[in-house]
Design a protein around this ligand. Structure first.
Ligand code: C2E
Ligand code: CA
Ligand code: CA
Ligand code: CA
Length: 280
């Protein structure tokens, strides 16, 4: 038994070292990824819950690693955050999303918004407000066309600073959404102080909404609370007609997002979907 215990310890250490090595390798590769143009934004539709018309898209980053192929964001965003590289990557995402929006406008696709994920590190940065302002100006982005998604916990450590940053962003005409709502620990009193427009109901509540009375109750309460506060709700991870019906018709959710309406796709594929919508 003693022998086995020691093996476990060795195995554990080896696994940790492996993880550390992997992180280091990812960090090193990330440093070149921007210069080498290895990132791409995919876009996933957000539809009106009632008409199912596409109202906007969420931009989701993809990394085409030269050796490893497609690396999912959850494997490199945390590394980017810890190493400070998220500032550069985040700036690229913002620029690329705004550029895309102005491209689509030139093709006659108007009246859709792009939602961009903003890391808490970016929100803390002193330059984020001017960065967003300059991007909007460069691509003539109008009020309501750019949405920024932040997570619930984003402002927890320094609420005053973050709230003033959020207010400055909102004054630029940016809409603000709380991502993964319901998975954090924020109180309603805290939420009330944030200058936000949208709640994104986390997909963990959507998955079993038809069969789990607790999930249904959380969804219904979240949506009616949001409406009472003047906020819109986007439900995430909608995969079935049943879930969509439940959210739209029973709970009066505003927007739906999920595989049922489309997976995240490259711009050239999503643009066809957007055009079809315009002409139908
Ligand atoms: P998120 O912001 O919650 O994004 C939604 C995730 O759910 C995406 O994963 C999307 O592909 C996935 N998803 C969409 N519909 C469905 C569905 O119907 N069922 C299921 N099971 N999943 C669905 P993805 O693209 O892998 O992104 C993962 C996370 O990485 C994002 O979660 C976000 O936190 C982060 N991320 C992605 N792009 C960026 C970025 O540009 N900047 C930052 N800071 N974070 C990003
Ligand atoms: Ca998001
Ligand atoms: Ca989310
Ligand atoms: Ca998430």
């Amino acid at each position: 038994a003693k022998e086995k215990g020691r093996n476990n310890v060795q195995y554990f250490t080896a696994a940790m070292t492996q993880t550390a090595i992997e992180r280091l390798a990812i960090e090193q590769d990330l440093r070149h990824a921007i210069q080498n143009d290895e990132f791409e934004l995919y876009y996933q539709p957000q539809v009106c819950a009632h008409s199912q018309q596409i109202l906007g898209v969420e931009a989701l980053i993809r990394w085409h690693h030269p050796q490893q192929g497609l690396v999912p964001p959850l494997r490199f965003i945390p590394v980017a955050e810890e190493s400070g590289l998220i500032e550069t990557i985040g700036a690229w995402v913002l620029e690329e999303a705004c550029r895309q929006l102005s491209d689509w406008r030139d093709e006659g696709i108007c009246n859709i918004h792009i939602a961009v994920n903003l890391s808490s590190h970016q929100l803390r940065s002193a330059s984020i407000v001017t960065q967003v302002a300059e991007c909007m100006q460069r691509y003539a982005i109008k009020a309501g066309e750019l949405e920024l998604e932040i997570t619930e916990s984003v402002a927890m450590d320094n609420p005053e600073h973050c709230i003033s940053q959020l207010m400055a962003l909102r004054n630029l005409g940016v809409s603000l959404a709380i991502d993964d709502f319901g998975t954090g620990y924020s109180s309603l009193a805290y939420l009330k102080r944030l200058p936000i427009d949208i709640l994104k109901l986390d997909r963990s509540f959507v998955h079993d909404i038809e069969t789990d009375p607790n999930d249904a109750a959380i969804s219904e309460a979240t949506i009616s609370m949001a409406h009472a506060l003047g906020l819109k709700v986007v439900a995430e991870g909608v995969e079935t007609q049943g879930q969509a019906y439940f959210l739209a018709s029973i709970h009066d959710c505003d927007l739906l997002q999920g595989y049922l309406f489309g997976k995240p796709e490259p711009a050239n594929i999503i643009v066809e979907q957007l055009k079809k919508h315009l002409h139908s």
